[in-house]
Design a protein around this ligand. Structure first.
Ligand SMILES: Cc1ncc(COP(=O)(O)O)c(C=O)c1O
Length: 347
């Protein structure tokens, strides 16, 4: 007899991007923000490091939910906070999907969806994206229990059209979870779909645009009945005391986030220009990363060459994806160094 469920023993599990122990790396492999969070966030954190850490945090993160409610103009009971948005994806899958239920995900997309679906022993239905990594015109949603769509998508960076997504939400009988981890870098989003459809969950994170990946703060916006259901499954104290403090300060001071995002977008366009000059094709990106393929040079070889120079980017060993590298947008100086190294390698 095996110790665990066979489905779990068979799973590979999610493999996060490499986090080097040493210093001196240019880290462009996990879509972190190269800039620090707002000074007010750091000060609030410092102040919160006191004896009160002996107390449990607010189990439902009410003050942070109030801030989010004000910022996004939704009532508080339409919002829940998670230990990163990954926790919310996990809760949604556990709440909504059981063995043999059909889960619709695009191919390619964020690999965690497939891992979570495997955990529930769901049937994964893959919606193959077209050659430009856009959604196909027709999407069959019959019999689908839950749909996970990352918009903008990962790892391609491409933004799907709102009308196409609206059609999917309208046609779906099950929940449609729109993962907007990168929405702050995009020209539009689908947050308003939550008001329009009872079956839509939108998730966001403070990991990317707010520079708080290390504190693990994500949130979901959906109808109160949906939020209430997800909250039943969460850990009692899923968002720690310091993260709640940081989250509140970050949302209050989100002007800083907006300026950082503008800088990253400028550097994204700067990098794209240079990579195109070096014969890369670049998928149009609405995120803080780009997905690129060189006309002649093998992606894995390029990854290894860059690694030798202590520049980390991300490679996915999967059909179609293995022709590409995903490069997070770093500081301008890091982008210049990357371009220089690529010029040397490709010479
Ligand atoms: C599409 C997508 N969703 C969710 C996440 C996870 O975000 P969080 O740090 O909030 O768990 C990531 C992180 O890489 C992501 O790429």
């Amino acid at each position: 007899m095996s110790l665990f469920r066979p489905a779990v023993e068979k799973m590979k599990g999610y493999v996060p991007g490499f986090q080097p122990k040493g210093l001196g790396f240019i880290k462009l492999n996990t879509n972190e923000n190269p800039y620090p969070p707002s000074e007010k966030v750091l000060n609030a954190l410092k102040e919160a490091v006191n004896a009160r850490v002996r107390l449990y945090p607010d189990p439902v993160a009410d003050e942070l939910r109030m801030e989010l409610a004000k910022a996004f103009r939704f009532p508080k009971d339409w919002i829940m906070v998670g230990n990163g948005s990954d926790e919310i994806l996990n809760l949604a899958m556990r709440a909504g999907v059981e063995k043999n239920d059909k889960v619709l995900i695009t191919e390619p997309t964020y690999i965690l969806y497939e891992v979570l679906a495997q955990m529930q022993e769901a049937k994964i239905i893959r919606l193959e994206l077209d050659e430009d990594f856009n959604l196909p015109k027709q999407v069959d949603t019959r019999g689908i229990k839950m749909t996970f769509i990352s918009n903008p998508n990962a790892p391609t960076g491409a933004l799907f059209g709102r009308e196409q997504l609206r059609k999917i939400c309208r046609a779906s009988k099950g929940i449609v979870l729109i993962d907007e981890a990168y929405a702050d870098f995009a020209k539009e989003n689908c947050l308003d779909f939550v008001r329009e459809f009872k079956n839509v969950i939108v998730t966001r994170t403070l990991s990317k645009s707010y520079s708080l990946a290390g504190l693990r703060i994500g949130f979901a916006i959906a109808r109160p009945q949906v939020i209430e259901t997800l909250m039943k499954l969460k850990d009692s104290y899923n968002v720690n005391r310091l993260s709640q403090v940081a989250g509140i300060a970050a949302i209050r001071d989100r002007g800083v986030m907006k300026r950082t995002v503008q800088q990253i977008i400028r550097d994204r366009e700067f990098l794209i220009q240079h990579l195109e000059r070096l014969d890369f094709s670049v998928i149009p990106s609405q995120t803080n990363f780009i997905f690129v393929k060189h006309a002649r040079y093998d992606a894995f070889k390029l990854l290894k060459e860059l690694e030798r120079k202590k520049i980390l980017v991300r490679f996915f060993n999967r059909p179609r994806l293995k022709e590409y590298l995903r490069i997070s947008i770093g500081r301008n100086q890091e982008m210049i160094k990357l371009v220089r190294e690529l010029e040397r390698i490709l010479k």
